[in-house]
Design a protein around this ligand. Structure first.
Ligand code: NI
Length: 255
């Protein structure tokens, strides 16, 4: 069944119908969702959602755009959350030079600290990288050796994807793979093995075709899986089955 490795159901875009939508997930073939925190508030909400829904898990971490909220006190709180029963990863963490909301040195500092936290807590990581491919890769090489993880919403080259795979990372593939201008990601999907791919929505953002621009949700992963199946010349079922297996492996969840 469908495993959404990266969703944000804490987002206010779900305020109107969150419960109704989440209660319809099984009927849409979705059996596991990892709700990824990005801000402090987002992490708290992710923990609440994971508490409420048996099929939901939480990742806790502070997005580079929110790095300014981190200090020794808030970091200690984050560390406490990592001990939660339903916490499966530290994330999303990384670098964002597109928005550059926080100074780059600060982004890097807390990216490294959160990688170290993941190592200490024995958790995998969920990585966000936007317009910061070089620095992200360098920091991961230097500080994340042996830590399992997902490069969320991968947007780099085939070469970079292969380098991450060599380090043991999974490539997170979402709605962009269905876009006409998603050629680069389509190439990446063709070239790397299915055993290194996981599926994700990043909902409410990045809805796949034919819903591009609309609010996204985990039920739409089927369009992403169909595209991946077409690109690799394999069946839809094979994509769903294998990517679920990969997701369970990286997040350390039993089937
Ligand atoms: Ni995200």
């Amino acid at each position: 069944m469908i495993f959404d490795t990266h969703a944000h159901y804490d987002d206010k875009q779900f305020d109107e119908d969150r419960d109704e939508l989440l209660n319809s997930m099984a009927a849409m073939g979705v059996n596991t969702i990892v709700n990824v925190g990005a801000s402090f508030k987002g992490c708290r909400r992710a923990l609440e959602l994971a508490e409420k829904y048996p099929f939901m898990y939480a990742a806790v971490g502070i997005h580079p755009d929110e790095a300014g909220f981190l200090n020794e006190d808030t970091f200690a709180e984050l560390k406490g959350w990592c001990r939660g029963d339903k916490v499966v990863a530290v994330g999303e963490i990384g670098l964002d030079y597109y928005w550059d909301t926080e100074p780059r040195d600060l982004q890097k500092k807390w990216f490294v600290r959160q990688l170290e936290l993941a190592r200490e807590m024995g958790l995998p990581v969920n990585i966000h990288s936007r317009d910061a491919a070089e620095d992200t890769f360098r920091i991961i090489k230097e500080h994340a050796e042996g830590i399992p993880g997902i490069i969320h919403c991968f947007s780099g080259s085939r070469e970079l994807a292969s380098e991450y795979v060599k380090l043991g990372f999974y490539i997170g593939v979402g709605g962009v793979v269905t876009f006409k201008n998603g050629k680069k990601l389509k190439q990446v999907v063709k070239e790397i093995s299915l055993s290194n791919i996981v599926l994700e929505t990043d909902c409410p953002y990045l809805a796949p075709e034919p819903y591009r621009g609309k609010r996204n949700h985990s039920g739409y992963i089927k369009y992403i899986a169909q595209e991946v199946a077409g690109l690799k010349g394999i069946t839809y079922e094979e994509v769903i089955e294998e990517t679920e297996k990969n997701a369970r492996a990286v997040y350390g969840l039993k089937s």
